[in-house]
Design a protein around this ligand. Structure first.
Ligand SMILES: NC(=O)c1ccc[n+]([C@@H]2O[C@H](COP(=O)([O-])OP(=O)(O)OC[C@H]3O[C@@H](n4cnc5c(N)ncnc54)[C@H](OP(=O)(O)O)[C@@H]3O)[C@@H](O)[C@H]2O)c1
Length: 332
């Protein structure tokens, strides 16, 4: 099979497209023919050795896949022919991926493998868990989503809307602000504009947002405390801007605000039952046509380095996918 391999950690995140032996499933393991591999911001960091988890070298990047089970080791509940989605520690940017049976979720009939990946993989479960379990959003609340045209951001917009919240979005370019409006954000503001906090206050009658989803961090995270209402909740989701924000405690005191960390990758290890619960809730919303995953591009496996460069360079919208079995197809 072909797969991308990181042989050594370099600043540019160099990887090589290699021919490797097909994986053989051990007990409790599946081999999945990859139809869609999610490209995540975490991948852009992991290939450069800058992610919190550092896989042993050499490794195949890629932390979520969907596709057809082609082999199952002893003791697996899933069987060849099942279509599944799973988060994996590594190994996604490949034609075949080794997947723990316990981590695999069968994609319901009628849901394509690519949409199934986006709904059941990293982005929607992170957004659902953050908004419902950490922030306990209520209908009628105002949710401000940063980087709202991105992967986690677009999922957060849709999940907040489905919960009856009002959504305000930020993004870094006019084209992405249009994407946010099309997703359903009532107001879309550029956080490149130094007056963005005032714009959020103006859009909330001076009060600020009840809940803020922050996958960006840095200055945006710090300034978010000024855009929060009394008793507001700030969800710390990621640091795509490059730095963890050092949050001033005085602003939390003045708002009686709450800062909530979100670490979905760890939560589902600690509480596997919660993964199913969250996925079931997402599938129910999808079945009611209240979620419509935004897939920005489907790229052939060969384009993995270009996909990572797009994501790191703020050129992507929604979810970027590698589609090893469909090398000829490109969509906007
Ligand atoms: N905590 C968790 O459990 C969890 C789970 C999944 C992901 N995450 C984190 O959530 C964040 C978003 O992940 P994603 O995969 O969905 O990516 P993404 O949002 O699709 O892409 C990142 C976006 O961040 C914005 N951004 C702002 N400053 C940036 C900068 N200096 N460089 C690059 N991007 C910048 C860009 O949007 P604009 O161009 O609009 O500014 C960019 O499109 C990442 O930090 C990721 O690690 C956390």
């Amino acid at each position: 099979m072909r797969c991308w391999v990181v042989e050594a950690i370099t600043d540019e995140g160099r990887m090589v497209l290699a021919e490797c032996p097909d994986p053989v499933p051990g007990p409790g393991e599946l081999v999945v023919r990859v139809e869609a591999a999610g490209v995540n911001f975490a991948d852009t960091l992991m290939v450069r050795g800058r992610y919190q988890r550092k896989p042993a070298l050499p490794f195949v990047p890629g932390i979520e896949v969907s596709g057809e089970v082609v082999a199952a080791g002893p003791g697996c509940a899933r069987v060849p022919g099942d279509r599944v989605c799973a988060s994996v520690p590594t190994g996604g940017f490949a034609e075949l991926a080794l997947v723990p049976d316990a981590a695999a979720t069968v994609i319901p009939a009628g849901v394509p493998s690519d949409a199934g990946l986006v709904l059941l993989g990293v982005n929607y479960p992170t957004a659902w868990y953050a908004l419902h379990r950490r922030a306990a959003i209520r209908p009628g609340e105002t949710v401000l989503v940063h980087a709202a045209a991105g992967g986690v951001g677009s999922a957060s917009v849709q999940i907040a809307l489905a919960a009856g919240c009002r959504v305000i979005a930020t993004a870094g370019s006019p084209a992405k602000l249009d994407v946010c409006r099309r997703l359903g954000a009532e107001v879309a503001v550029s956080y490149a504009d130094p007056g963005w906090v005032e714009a959020i206050r103006a859009a909330t009658g001076g009060a600020g947002a009840d809940v803020i989803v922050d996958p960006v961090g840095g200055r945006v995270g710090v300034d978010s405390l000024r855009a929060l209402t009394w008793h507001g909740r700030l969800l710390v989701v990621g640091f795509a801007g490059g730095a963890a924000p050092e949050l001033p405690a005085n602003r939390l005191l003045l708002k009686e605000g709450t800062v909530l960390g979100v670490f979905w990758g760890e939560v589902k290890n600690r509480d596997p039952g919660l993964l199913r619960e969250v996925q079931d809730a997402i599938l129910a919303l999808h079945a009611e046509a209240r979620l419509d995953p935004l897939i920005g591009a489907r790229l052939p496996l060969e384009d993995a380095p270009a996909a990572l460069a797009q994501l790191a360079g703020r050129q992507s919208v929604g979810k970027l996918l590698l589609t090893p079995r469909r090398r000829d197809r490109r969509t906007p």
